[in-house]
Design a protein around this ligand. Structure first.
Ligand SMILES: Nc1ncnc2c1ncn2[C@@H]1O[C@H](COP(=O)(O)OP(=O)(O)O)[C@@H](O)[C@H]1O
Ligand SMILES: [Mg+2]
Length: 356
């Protein structure tokens, strides 16, 4: 379809481990349109990294890994490709940045060498001198001071935030049309986090590059994404344009994620409210709705029947829930659980949890 740069259709990834089969990604479908920012949000262990790597072709089927579904990039089915045909897309079309910049930087090579290698490899420049000049310009673009000096430094001589700027410069060196950023700021301290996220937002605006921004923190994507896909236990449980998701969340897990973060404008001492219960065990996922053991509104049906994705009035807003927030069915479910002091799954219902 026009405008869609990357589409994933019913993507599954399962790992066979000694402890059993890990259902890491369970039937994810999504699309990233040219030039947009899609945020993928969920707690640790919800399958975000496995999904991102699968989108790029970095997770392939094998003895211990079972994959299915398709990923299509600008008309080419990446899931049919391997080897050189697949890696031709990396860097030039789709670039990836990771949580820990040290895993993508080579500790024994100077910054400048790592940047020029990438530029020469992808034939973005003709000569070494041109590559060096371009490397300095790229470091300047990502806001590094003294770029002439930085090109001669090694990764360990830079701070975490500066190193992440370098990996962004490398990712941008071949002008990709899609940037996959997997928790690019989680390893950084809070002020640096904001700077890096703002840098990505600026780069996205100035280059029209599409971005898939993966995070566990809904707060950071509120002003930095066009659409959000909320992931839980390997599935997308709600997806909507960012404003609609914040205005009218339907899935109780989305609400729980919102309540798990302090208000943006709130005082610094606001405590992080954690989501009650433990994230799902992907080795033994619960039957029915995967969130039901932690959901304050869960009813008997939620424990046995997994809800399908349904439209919330329009096809751009979809959710998985039998008792979507704000509906009469939900109000009844909530009243029932408050009356008996627990949800069907035994989750104690407290005033604090029922915030709406
Ligand atoms: N190679 C692997 N073998 C077995 N299990 C894996 C492998 N990679 C990831 N997993 C499991 O898949 C699940 C999803 O992991 P991940 O995508 O890293 O979550 P997230 O990025 O959302 O924190 C986790 O339970 C993780 O332990
Ligand atoms: Mg991850």
């Amino acid at each position: 379809m026009s405008g869609e740069l990357l589409t994933a259709d019913d993507v599954h990834v399962r790992f066979r481990t000694r402890g059993g089969v890990v259902h890491a990604v369970e039937g994810v479908s999504l699309a990233v349109k040219a030039g947009e920012v899609l945020a993928v949000v969920g707690e640790s262990g919800s399958g975000k990294t496995v999904l991102t790597r699968r989108l790029m072709g970095l997770v392939a089927g094998g003895r211990d890994t079972e994959v299915s579904g398709t990923v299509t990039y600008d008309g080419t089915r990446l899931t049919d490709l391997s080897g050189k045909a697949l890696s031709a897309f990396w860097g030039a079309e789709i670039a990836l940045i990771l949580q820990d910049p040290m895993t993508s930087l080579n500790p024994v090579k100077r910054i400048g060498v790592q940047l020029t290698e990438s530029l020469l490899l992808h034939k973005m420049v003709a000569t070494k001198q041109e590559a060096r000049d371009r490397a300095v310009a790229l470091l300047r673009d990502v806001g590094l001071s003294e770029p002439d000096r930085r090109v001669r430094q090694y990764p360990h001589e830079l701070s975490g935030g500066m190193r992440q700027r370098v990996t962004i410069a490398i990712a941008l060196s071949c002008s990709p049309r899609l940037l996959l950023a997997d928790e690019p700021t989680t390893a950084l301290d809070v002020t640096v986090q904001a700077q890096i996220l703002d840098l990505l937002a600026d780069l996205h605006r100035s280059s029209d590059m599409a971005m898939l921004l993966v995070t566990h923190d809904l707060r950071v994507v509120r002003s930095r994404s066009d659409r959000i896909a909320v992931m839980y236990a390997g599935k997308i449980v709600e997806t909507a344009p960012t404003a609609a998701l914040f205005a009218e969340p339907r899935m109780p897990y989305t609400e729980a994620l919102m309540n798990a973060v302090p208000p943006v404008s709130g005082p610094n001492h606001v405590r992080l409210q954690v989501i009650p219960g433990r994230p799902p065990d992907l080795l033994n996922p619960p039957t029915g709705c995967k969130f039901s053991p932690r959901c304050p509104y869960a009813q008997d049906r939620c424990l046995t029947e997994d809800p399908p994705l349904r439209d919330a009035g329009s096809p751009v807003h979809q959710y998985r829930c039998w008792y979507p927030l704000g509906t009469p069915a939900w109000a009844e479910a909530k009243a029932r659980n408050v009356e008996r002091g627990a949800s069907a799954a035994g989750t104690p219902v407290t005033e604090e949890m029922v915030l709406t």
